[in-house]
Ligand binder design. Structure first.
Ligand SMILES: [Zn+2]
Length: 212
């Protein structure tokens, strides 16, 4: 059986597929594909939570970010019956609390994720004068507050073939920079847990604003 990709299902949930595609996908679900049914249910939950947590934001906008954020989570959650392993606690692009701050901080994006037992603080910003993204942050192990997430491996990918490796220091801090392709994928690999994958489409929010 040919399955649809996670991306396809995200678009499906977001009603961003055309009518023909939608019919094909609905038919596929009706045929009883467990794998795809599960994927759909995960993304429906993600959409709902993204919308309710940001109910003052346009749903499409919220979902677009959630879609990027959770792209890895759905895969990581397979077989565990949960798509909620990675949660966005804060994303300055999703919750632009300080409207003015957003424009003065020259595109810096601040994010806080929870992926039990870890909390990951990430800042993504453009490197001045270069088409590069600088990623800095900190990985904390909440189950063991005395021990910070040191020696975790971090793999940055611009999803265009460039990959940069980094390792957290004794404080759980990491940094790396990579050519800016628009997209960014960050993989956090720690001993004894599944890798945490965070994929951002349009990592610095350079896509045109949603039409009103
Ligand atoms: Zn399927």
């Amino acid at each position: 059986m040919d399955h649809f990709t996670t991306e396809n299902w995200i678009d499906f949930v977001n009603q961003a597929v055309d009518a023909t595609q939608q019919q094909l996908m609905e038919r596929h679900l009706k045929q009883g594909c467990k794998r795809c049914t599960k994927t759909v249910s995960i993304w429906q939950k993600v959409r709902q939570s993204a919308v309710s947590e940001a109910n003052y934001q346009p749903p499409e906008h919220a979902v677009r970010i959630a879609k990027a954020t959770f792209a890895g989570a759905a895969l990581a959650g397979q077989g565990k019956g949960s798509g909620s392993r990675i949660k966005v606690l804060f994303d300055s692009f999703l919750h632009p609390v300080f409207e003015g701050a957003r424009s003065t901080s020259a595109g810096t994006r601040q994010m806080l994720y929870r992926a039990d037992p870890f909390q990951i603080d990430i800042q993504v910003e453009p490197k001045p004068g270069a088409n590069r993204i600088v990623v800095t942050g900190q990985l904390l192990d909440l189950s063991n507050p005395g021990v910070i997430g040191s020696d975790a491996r971090i793999i940055l990918s611009n999803m265009r073939g460039q990959v940069v490796h980094a390792v957290t220091n004794q404080f759980g801090e990491f940094s790396g920079e990579i050519e800016n392709s628009g997209d960014l994928q960050m993989t956090f690999a720690t001993t004894g847990s599944q890798p945490i994958v965070i994929s951002l489409r349009d990592a610095l929010g350079t896509l045109p604003e949603r039409e009103q």
